[in-house]
Design a protein around this ligand. Structure first.
Ligand code: GLY
Length: 261
């Protein structure tokens, strides 16, 4: 039996990992300068507070200096109401993050391992009735086939979608607003990957605001995207903002810094 579609945004807990000083060497597609560790840390604290304000109990794992991107905890695992899947990451410097997140998640959810291929959690959008999965530079068909077999046991179809150039992950460019509605950058919104959903486009110049998080009654978006905040408020969403300027320098954003369940 399928669970409640609102389970895609109704959460009680989140797992985060403290950034290590090595985060300044994290992966990025384009070098726009290193983040400042102190600013990253203070934005991470604000992010944690925002999740708590949205009603989540936040569990913070210790920093892992040897794994610079390990603050982006969403990528090595995928958690649904039925359980968690430990993923296989194709970026060599991130491979070991899966074992680390397994230790953190084991206390909370039953875990299954992806057996083949590669999938990053940032490429997976759970809508409550299915999982939309981006075929990105990090996520391949073999991985999605293996994942779809696990999800089938839980009653969720997986829909693989092609990704436009320029987005690291699917959720770099989209977020769930509710079980019927997706916020997306125009490139994704107009590509047809969200057929069956209402799609709200980010205003011009505010594409980075698409990496947002619906958390219970709250829509959390990155600070600095005034038009997006106003548009969502007018649509009736309770908007909360928090800065992620330093994570953005590493192609990160709101979704990748936590696992919600
Ligand atoms: N910096 C996040 C990633 O490239 O995986």
């Amino acid at each position: 039996m399928l669970s409640d579609p609102a389970a895609a945004y109704r959460f009680t807990r989140a797992i985060l990992r403290e950034p290590a000083p090595s985060v300044v060497s994290g992966l990025r597609a384009e070098d726009r300068g290193d983040p400042s560790f102190d600013s990253f840390l203070s934005e991470h604290l604000a992010y944690r507070a925002a999740l708590e304000a949205a009603g989540l109990s936040v569990h913070v794992e210790p920093a892992l200096p040897e794994l610079p991107d390990s603050v982006f905890v969403e990528d090595p695992a995928f958690v649904l109401p039925e359980g968690g899947v430990l993923l296989r990451m194709s970026a060599p410097s991130r491979e070991e993050e899966t074992d680390e997140i397994a230790d953190a998640l084991a206390a909370f959810v039953e875990l299954t391992e992806l057996q083949q291929g590669y999938v990053d959690g940032g490429d997976l959008l759970f809508t409550g009735r299915e999982v939309i999965a981006g075929l990105s530079r990090r996520t391949d068909e073999e991985g999605l086939q293996a994942l779809s077999r696990i999800l089938a046991d839980w009653g969720y179809p997986l829909r693989p979608v092609a990704m436009p150039e320029g987005l690291l992950h699917l959720k770099t460019g989209c977020a769930l607003l509710d079980e019927e509605t997706v916020l997306a950058v125009p490139l994704l919104a107009r590509s047809g990957v969200f057929s069956g959903y209402r799609v709200v486009e980010t205003p011009e110049g505010e594409e980075a605001a698409a990496n947002a998080l619906r958390l219970n009654a709250v829509m959390l978006i990155a600070s600095g995207y005034r038009e997006t905040a106003e548009m969502l408020s007018v649509m009736g969403y309770e908007v909360l903002t928090t800065p992620v300027t330093q994570a953005e320098l590493l192609d990160g954003g709101l979704s990748c810094m936590s696992i919600r369940f």
